[in-house]
Ligand binder design. Structure first.
Ligand code: CTP
Length: 419
């Protein structure tokens, strides 16, 4: 490793020119204000790894909101600020940059959000989760691109290790347990030996984490390229049962997630589908508990409930010779991700094919006649309309009729029989 390392070349190579110019300009302005500005956290880690990351986190020894207000003028951007934490988010064109005042944190109670007071960069780095996330790069003129690495993050990057900064790290904030597994699996690193011991010692601290914070961690995992790797490791380290004891993090899940990716390509699967597959082994009652453990928002909760209910209908859906209208009736009430999850997870190829038929064809089949058309033909307004429409739809689904004219003929036939 060179003695006086400077990463300004890496910054230039890996970040778009607009962001590079912004950082130069921000460093100059901070300097004229008598403040010190740094690039920190994940983006520094990823710059050192040569990986793309456009989430710029800046820390200022000074006043982040005032500096952001000044920078806003230069880029003609939009600003959101939080005066309580003295943080700001600056948005312009396609870019978004977070600015934070360097701070110290004290944890009054495990799992609760920390008490925050202004501090130095050293203190700010010292409150962070892992050494590889506790590095900074100077942005002021004179030390632009210079790494600040008080905790040996660069060595840990080289040795592919995830290491906490102190023994109480997971007690202060047990979400770091999930974060540690996420980085380990994403980067293909290892939890450093002592850190692994502390993590095992402190898994019970996951009980101190609120539903909202736990859900956020699960959402982050589901955004990873291979979330199943994180769940597998979580199962191995007895962390997964803290989400729910009946969840599986094994080869079964890996296979199902892989299928979900194939089905959703080129986009990654939506969180609802992944979550439905994760929760697939749960009974209906367990699903309800899992939903409240994570305080899932309504739409996601509904997907999981639908998944559990549909699972109990897979036997019916696998009945040989089931008519298209029969398939339609069994499936129409459920959300699409719940159907896709069941088609991936069921052991019955017939049920899976029937779901596929529904999603690709049956759900789009509609009748052409409207209520008004039916009244004009002599149908009595009221429940009879609905009944006739349902009969028409069944006939359409089962291929007995294929056009508006066919529908008319059928209605006429029924009306003659009725009269
Ligand atoms: N951080 C922390 N402890 C947490 C959450 C965040 O120390 N519980 C710090 C880390 O230094 C992290 C930074 O805040 O690098 C930003 O947090 P986040 O955006 O969650 O992390 P990134 O490292 O940017 O992660 P990712 O690559 O997953 O976006």
């Amino acid at each position: 490793m060179p003695k006086r390392l400077n990463l300004s070349k890496e910054i230039e190579k890996q970040l778009p020119a607009e962001l590079v110019n912004f950082m130069w300009m921000a460093g100059e302005i901070a300097h004229t204000r008598g403040e010190k500005l740094y690039l920190v956290g994940g983006v520094v880690r990823d710059l050192m790894l040569g990986q793309a990351n456009l989430d710029l986190d800046l820390v200022v020894e000074g006043n982040a909101i005032e500096l952001a207000q000044r920078l806003k003028k230069n880029v003609n951007g939009k600003l959101t600020t939080h005066s309580r934490f003295n943080t700001a988010k600056l948005l312009w064109d396609n870019w978004s940059v977070d600015l934070t005042t360097a701070r110290t944190e004290t944890y009054e109670k495990p799992g609760a959000l920390p008490k925050v007071t202004p501090g130095s960069l050293d203190q700010d780095l010292g409150r962070r989760d892992f050494t590889i996330n506790a590095m900074a790069l100077g942005l002021n003129p004179g030390f632009y691109g210079q790494p600040i690495d008080p905790h040996g993050g660069r060595d840990d990057l080289k040795n592919e290790l995830i290491r906490v900064l102190h023994d109480n790290s997971f007690i202060d904030d047990a979400t770091r347990i999930w974060r540690g597994l996420r980085y380990e699996q994403r980067l293909d690193f290892h939890l450093e030996k002592k850190t692994l011991g502390l993590l095992k010692r402190d898994t019970e601290m996951l009980k101190t984490i609120s539903a909202d914070r736990t859900r956020y961690e699960v959402e982050c995992i589901l955004k990873e390229r291979y979330p199943e790797k994180v769940f597998r490791r979580a199962a191995e380290l007895e962390v997964l049962p803290h989400l729910h004891p009946s969840l599986r993090g094994d080869g079964w899940l890996a296979e199902k997630f892989e299928q979900a990716r194939k089905l959703s390509a080129p986009a990654p699967p939506e969180a609802g589908l992944y979550l439905a597959l994760l929760a697939y082994p749960l009974t209906k009652e367990e699903t309800d508990r899992f939903i409240s453990r994570l305080k899932l928002p309504k739409a996601l909760a509904q997907i999981l409930i639908d998944t559990a209910v549909l699972k109990s209908k897979m036997r019916l859906l696998a009945t040989p010779g089931l008519s298209p209208s029969g398939i339609f009736r069994l499936l129409e009430a459920y959300s699409s991700p719940a159907m896709v999850a069941n088609s991936i997870a069921t052991e019955s190829p017939t049920a899976s094919q029937n779901i596929h038929l529904y999603l690709t064809r049956l759900k789009y089949i509609e009748i052409s006649l409207t209520g008004d058309d039916l009244i004009q033909m002599g149908v009595t307004s009221g429940p009879e309309i609905r009944e006739i429409m349902e009969r028409l739809q069944k006939a359409r689904l089962d291929g007995e009729i294929a056009s508006k004219e066919n529908e008319r003929e059928l209605v006429r036939e029924w009306l003659t029989k009725r009269d």
